[in-house]
Each structure stands twice: as C-alpha cells, then as structure tokens.
Write a protein that binds this ligand. Structure first.
Ligand code: MSP
Length: 478
C-alpha cells in the first residue's frame, strides 16, 4: 500500500527516432519542477522518464542512417540523456523499453494478465496506419486524406493481429473519470476524453506480425507476433518501478500521482491505459495531466513537420535556467503557446537580465559597498507557502509568477526607499532597508529552487557570503 507523502511522476517516453525538440523537453521540465518541489517538501519522490524504442519509425530511421537499430539507439538515447543533463533534469530513472531486464518482464506479465482476463483475441484486420502516431486511424481522423498531426498519408495495412477488448471497458473507464477516481486535467481535456468515450471505444490491435516489426517484444507463446508499440510503451510506467520483478518497489510508488502528457496522446493514456490496468487488476493512476502544445509557425512543433526549435541551441546561447524559466513562465501550462526566437529574447531581457539578474547585482553591490552586516534568518518561506497551493494543482505559471511579482516589488522598493541615497543622510534606515532586501533576495533564491536550480543556488550563496556576482547572472542580449 502506497504511503502518504510518496510522490511518483512520469513523463511520456520519447521516440528516439530523432533529436528531442522544445515540445519534448517541455513535459520533462514541467515534471522536473514538480519532482524538485516534492523532494524539497520531504516527500519520497520518484521521477521517471525514458525512451519508447519499439516504434517502427525508430527501425526505419536506423536503416536510413545505415546503422543497426541498437547502434542507432545508443546515439539518440545518449543525446537525450546529455540534453537532460544540460537542463539539470533530476530524473530517478531513464527507462528504455528495449531493456530486457527492467522493462520486458513487466510487459510480458501485463500481456499474460490481459490473456487471463479473456481480453485478447486474434483477428484479421485491414486499416489505415499512421506511422507518426503509431496507431490505426480512421477516415474521420484525417484532413484531406492526411493525418492532421503529421501531415502524412497513412499506409493501408492488412494483417492478422491480436486484439485487446477495449470496447468492454468503455463504461468502466468513463465511470472512473466521471467520479474523479481517475482525474484528467484540465477540465477541457476531461470533456474531450468523455466525449470520445461517449462515442464508444473499438477493440484495438495489440500486436503486429513479427516479420513487420521483429525489433519489438515477442508476444508470449506466439513467436510470429510482436507487441504493438503502445501496448508495451504504456507498461513502462509500472515496469520501471518493479511490476513483474520487484513487488516492494512497485508497492512503494504505484499508483502514479501524475502522468504528464501532451493532448496528442490523451486517448492512449486516458482510455487504453486505464482499460489495460483494469483488465490486469491493477489500480489506476491518480491524475493524467495534459499540457498545451508548443506551436511554431502556427502548427504543432514536430520532428515530422520539420518546424522544430532545438533546445540545445537555446541552452548554449541563453543558459539552462533561462530555458527552464521560459518553459515555466511563458508557455501556458494548459493551453497551446507559440514560441519564436523574438519572444524568447524579449522575455529573457525583460525578466532575467533586467529583472532578477539586475536585482541581484544592485542589492549585492549595496551590501558590499556599504559593508552591511546581517545573518540570514531561515524560517518559513512565504513565497514557497504561497506557490505550494498552485504547484499541488500543477499551476506552474501561477506558481512562478508569485516569485517574479516579488522581484518586481523588491525593485520598486529600491526605487522608493533609495538606500543608495539615504546612506548619506540616515545610515540606520539605509542599513535596515538593505538588510531587508538581502533577506528577501535570499527568500527569492530559495523559492526559485524547483524552477531554476542553478540560479537559486547562486543567489543564496551570494547573499550568504555577501559577494557581488563576478559577472551578471544573465547578460543582456542585443
Ligand atoms: N512515445 C510516445 C509516448 C509514449 S508514453 C507511454 C510519444 N513520443 S513522442 O516522442 O512523439 O512525444 C513525446 C511527448 O512529447 C508527447 O507527450 C507529446 O505530446 C510531446 N510533444 C511533442 N511535440 C510537442 C509539442 N510541439 N508541444 C508540446 N508537447 C509536444 O508520443
């Protein structure tokens, strides 16, 4: 039985067919903020991310690159980990679905449970398949014959596959979502999935002929078939924490508190996944959180569409905390947001270079020039207390706004109290004002920890050691 104050959060696992773009690092950064916040609160926290390796597009890309699938994956997965390192992503585990020790036992156990429940059967099927979505699609999912997410014409497949009785679970999944036992946030996404459930779910193909995707996990007792990528991928959320191999770990963390996903994969998480779990007799996750999409040129940023912004370039040019800041504050957590190089630079200059960076320089310069002495009093941090309620509801934008409002107030305080002038006429008042500013700046630093860990540590260290930064925390960009 999972204990209170245990927090388990997951990102989607990424297709390692190409480098990650802004749309992919987005959910990872959101999860990292939450994981850091819960760890700081003292919760037993587990943060999972990883790669979804049995997709046919991975195999195709490896072929195109003239490499074996394993060799190709070493390269892309390695670059995912390097990028997450560069962004200070504090994951506890990076699961790879090709990992035969960590992931496969859970995937096989899940398959066997679905079979035991009588929910797997074989049938011939012909249908349209979108490789971008890794899913069968119907005519009504298409715009002018093309997938609206990937802008590609789906392939016609005719196969004999194992099917999962998803239709049997339509009402059961609906009840769980309606009752709030399985929360889907925000309400607009809950309404979307309930509308889909109202139309009814069709049974879904859960395997492919092994000849077409030999790289995937073999179906137990039938070497001619391999598991459909979404069937094995969703299981990562439980295999990573021990399902099928470590019961104690599984009991510690499951059910997940948050599965964080984009809206394009809502039906897999809010229909397939709860149905599979119910079929296998496993409790459901608590919340599925659906974030907005990052748009570029008005369309979803995607590798397939080729309109991506490379996060590594932004990190090299502006620094990792600038990227974390932008994601937390300027991309709407629940709605779609457009990102352009100009909007990024403007936000950086206004709020980091001229905002927090400038405040740190001004305050610490006064501390050093006027030789102000103080001891930082560690007590309840009002900013953290105030933003906790928001973070508990995944309102990341509102949470970080509280800190930046404070930064604005401290700037205004310097403007009105002018300690750099009163130091000549009323030393005591100037000293009191500067000590107040240093104390508040320290609180800002502490509160920034989940959002901008490096900046947070720098601010706290400068205030405690009474030093000015050697160079501005955020250089202004022309
Ligand atoms: N492998 C599946 C997920 C399996 S989870 C059991 C997958 N992979 S993905 O690499 O295509 O996408 C991973 C995540 O990135 C998804 O949640 C998707 O919504 C998100 N994003 C991809 N492009 C995005 C934007 N442009 N904006 C925001 N998120 C986006 O789907």
């Amino acid at each position: 039985m999972k204990k209170p104050n245990t927090f388990y959060i997951t990102t989607p696992i990424f297709y390692p067919n190409a480098e990650l773009h802004m749309g992919n690092v987005y959910p990872v950064t959101l999860c990292d903020i939450l994981a850091r916040y819960h760890r700081a609160k003292g919760d037993t926290t587990y943060f999972l991310t990883g790669s979804d390796e049995h997709s046919t597009k991975v195999v195709k890309m490896a072929e195109k690159a003239g490499k074996s699938t394993e060799e190709f994956l070493e390269g892309t997965v390695g670059s995912f980990k390097t990028l997450f390192g560069a962004l200070d992503i504090s994951y506890d585990q990076f699961i790879r679905t090709s990992d035969r020790e960590v992931h496969w036992p859970g995937a096989v156990l899940m398959w066997n449970k679905l079979v035991e429940a009588g929910d797997i059967y074989k049938k011939s099927y012909s249908g349209l398949y979108c490789v971008g979505c890794e899913a069968f699609v119907t005519e009504k999912d298409l715009i002018k014959g093309k997938c609206h997410y990937h802008d590609t014409v789906p392939e016609l497949l005719e196969e004999e596959n194992y099917f999962f009785r998803l239709s049997k679970y339509t009402e059961k999944v609906k009840d769980k979502i309606t009752s709030g036992e399985l929360m889907v946030m925000p309400d607009s996404r809950k309404a979307e999935i309930l509308a889909l459930l109202d139309r009814g779910l069709e049974d879904v193909s859960f395997s492919r002929p092994a000849s077409k995707n030999p790289w995937a996990i073999p179906v137990p007792n039938d070497p001619t078939q391999t598991m459909y990528v979404w069937c094995d991928a969703l299981v990562n959320y439980i295999s990573a924490i021990g399902y099928g191999r470590d019961d104690a770990m599984f009991e510690t963390y499951w059910p997940a508190d948050f599965h964080v996903i984009g809206k394009d994969i809502l039906r897999f998480h809010a229909a397939f996944w709860p149905a599979m779990l119910m079929s296998a007799g496993i409790p459901l996750p608590k919340t599925i959180l659906v974030h907005g999409m990052i748009l570029s040129g008005g369309r979803k940023m995607s590798k397939t569409l080729g309109n991506v912004i490379d996060p590594q370039i932004l990190i090299t040019e502006y620094g990792k905390d600038a990227l974390r800041y932008f994601i937390a504050r300027h991309l709407s957590t629940f709605e779609d947001s457009e990102i352009t190089p100009e909007s990024y630079k403007d936000a950086y200059n206004a709020n980091l270079a001229n905002g927090v960076g400038n405040l740190v320089s001004r305050v610490m310069k006064m501390v050093v020039s006027y030789d102000i002495s103080y001891e930082i009093v560690k007590g309840e941090n009002k900013l953290i207390k105030e933003y906790s309620a928001h973070l508990d509801r995944f309102e990341i934008n509102k949470a970080i706004d509280i800190i930046f409002t404070k930064i604005g107030e401290l700037d205004a305080f310097i403007q009105t109290s002018q300690p750099f002038k009163t130091i000549k006429t009323d030393i005591k008042k100037a000293q009191t004002d500067i000590v107040y500013l240093a104390q508040e700046l320290h609180a800002v630093g502490e509160a920034l920890a989940p959002f901008m860990p490096e900046t947070s540590a720098s601010i706290m260290s400068l205030v405690v050691s009474k030093k000015t930064p050697e160079k501005p925390l955020f250089e202004r960009k022309a």
